[in-house]
Design a protein around this ligand. Structure first.
Ligand code: DGL
Length: 268
């Protein structure tokens, strides 16, 4: 396989850009293709068979554009569809659940981790299984936070209303007993400043992005797939519908131009 081929990254919307940012920082010589399936967002309220079908069409889109690696930058799609999409492609596929658990385990000191995620991710119990698989005596609780994805898509990243919504979700548990909050949805790191309006600094706020970037870097090295050509490094952004409200704020997060090209996944 040609190491100059891009890495394909997808999410239901703009959330996966938080993962792309970590990937691009860790792998500055790589080319990336990003797909945000905003036309079918949210994934986080949908049932498994629907999310599997959506994830498969996203992966097919990336594979048709000849990617050397697929990153599922969506917790919901990882929780529900990683094995189905891994079976349909010959390239490596990495999702965000395991890296998120690793991030939480390296941050927690009292072994109490609070996972915030979409309804579908919480219901799948993928995080609980992954914590168990790591065999730590960690006490994990989960809260579904369905209103946070629309607030992120709207661009209300650092906003009083977002902070109120976060506060009301957190009040479902004794959140101050947890020393680590794991953001188990890739949209949530965009809301970090709103989280910080509510959470004391003593509570670590972590997500899987940096660990995922580390895993991808390691796999590319093992498979001798790092891009070492002098080819022009590019990032291409595709979406299945227009992204308007949050685009100006998103652009400020990246050093390079973020311009989305519209695609129709039903006609690929
Ligand atoms: N960003 C996605 C995740 O990490 C979910 C957003 C949605 O509900 O579509 O789960």
């Amino acid at each position: 396989m040609d190491p100059a081929l891009p890495i394909g990254v997808f999410d239901s919307g703009i959330g996966g850009l938080t993962v792309l940012k970590d990937l691009a920082a860790r792998l500055p010589n790589e080319n990336f293709i990003y797909l945000g399936d905003v036309a079918r967002l949210p994934y986080g309220t949908k049932s498994a068979h629907v999310v599997i079908r959506y994830a498969q069409t996203c992966v097919q889109f990336l594979v048709n554009r000849r990617v050397k690696y697929v990153v599922i930058a969506c917790n919901t799609a990882t929780a529900m569809a990683i094995s189905e999409v891994s079976h349909m492609v010959s390239v490596a596929v990495t999702g965000v659940i395991e890296p998120g658990v690793k991030a939480a385990l390296s941050a927690t000191k009292n072994g109490r981790v609070l996972v915030l995620a979409t309804q579908s991710t919480v219901k799948s119990e993928a995080y609980l299984r992954e914590f168990e698989r790591h065999g730590y005596g960690t006490h994990v609780e989960q809260i579904a936070c369905p209103l946070l994805v629309p607030l992120a898509e709207e661009g209300w990243f650092n906003h009083e209303t977002t902070a109120h919504v976060i506060q009301s979700y957190l009040s479902k548990v004794q959140y101050k007993e947890f020393d680590t909050v794991l953001l188990g949805c890739t949209h949530y790191p965009l809301l970090e400043e709103s989280f910080r309006r509510v959470l004391p600094q003593s509570i670590a706020l972590v997500h899987g992005g940096p660990h995922l970037a580390q895993t991808v870097a390691q796999k590319l090295t093992e498979e001798r797939l790092q891009n070492s050509s002098d080819s022009h490094f590019s990032h291409r952004f595709f979406s299945t519908d227009t992204i308007s409200s949050s685009l100006p704020i998103i652009r400020a997060l990246f050093d390079h131009p973020v311009d989305f090209e519209l695609v129709d996944l039903e006609r690929q």
